[in-house]
Design a protein around this ligand. Structure first.
Ligand code: AMP
Length: 247
């Protein structure tokens, strides 16, 4: 198994460097698309563990910023978090600013798995330019597909560990003790944006702004559609086979 990066450069940006650099012979550079809750974060984690590619999630940048004291957040970040709490997309200029501060992560030796970015056509176009500036290109775009009703039930039952960020589900993957993480014993919580009102707003944002990216990448010959039904391992196996078929 390849050693994964610690993602400090992505989560904290600035002059912060990752303490562990992945070292893999065939770096993969992928975008993962799919509605919120479809399981692309879990797939990104699995792909990252198996291949050493760095899991780059823009949502994780915002969640990391939420743990800072208010006085440590820039006014721009505070504005971004207000959008996030309501389930809305954060405006493109803020997201693109954050990604450009971290553009060096796109040159990571292990490759990258972009999760939750791009989410609009404007972001996808900006990503093309940033990748060209960094001298790298996408290998493929994985689109994880599942009916919206199933996704909503997944999101509403999702619980996340405050400390280690492990993800559970009240019905399909309950913790051994209610509201306590099996791995580290910390409290589980429901993300603010997994509450019913935010879920509705997020799904609307997805349909309006992110779904058009499927066609955007299909036209570029990069799209691979993958059913997101089944266990994470089954979906991972489908992903691996689909990618091997392209090699
Ligand atoms: P995620 O964990 O990817 O579902 O992201 C959680 C929230 O962060 C989203 O509902 C948005 O409010 C915000 N967010 C993350 N990535 C983006 C992005 N690329 N564009 C706009 N908003 C984003």
């Amino acid at each position: 198994m390849a050693m994964k990066s610690d993602r400090a450069a992505w989560l904290k940006a600035g002059t912060v460097c990752c303490s562990i650099q992945p070292n893999v012979s065939k770096p993969r550079r992928l975008v993962l698309l799919g509605a919120p809750g479809v399981g692309k974060g879990t797939q990104a984690e699995l792909l990252s563990q198996r291949w050493g590619a760095c899991h780059l999630s823009t949502g994780d940048i915002f969640r990391a910023a939420m743990t800072f004291d208010e006085c440590e957040r820039t006014p721009t970040m505070s504005r971004a978090l207000e959008h996030m709490r309501r389930g809305e997309l954060v405006p493109d200029e803020i997201v693109l600013g954050l990604v450009s501060e971290r553009a060096g992560c796109l040159r990571c030796r292990g490759g990258f798995l972009l999760d939750g970015f791009p989410r609009t056509v404007a972001q996808a176009e900006a990503l093309e330019k940033t990748l060209a500036d960094q001298g790298v290109a996408l290998d493929a775009v994985l689109s994880y597909d599942m009916p919206i009703e199933k996704i909503v039930s997944r999101l509403a039952g999702r619980r996340t560990c405050k400390l280690c960020k492990a993800v559970f589900h009240v019905e399909s993957r309950p913790p051994r003790v209610a509201d306590v993480c099996d791995h580290c014993g910390s409290a589980l919580y429901q993300r603010e944006d997994d509450r019913p009102e935010s879920i509705r707003v997020r799904m609307e944002a997805y349909t309006r702004s992110t779904a058009p990216l499927v066609e955007f990448y299909r036209q570029k010959g990069l799209l691979i559609s993958i059913s997101a039904e089944g266990s994470p391992e089954e979906i991972f196996e489908r992903t691996r086979q689909a990618l091997d078929g392209r090699d």
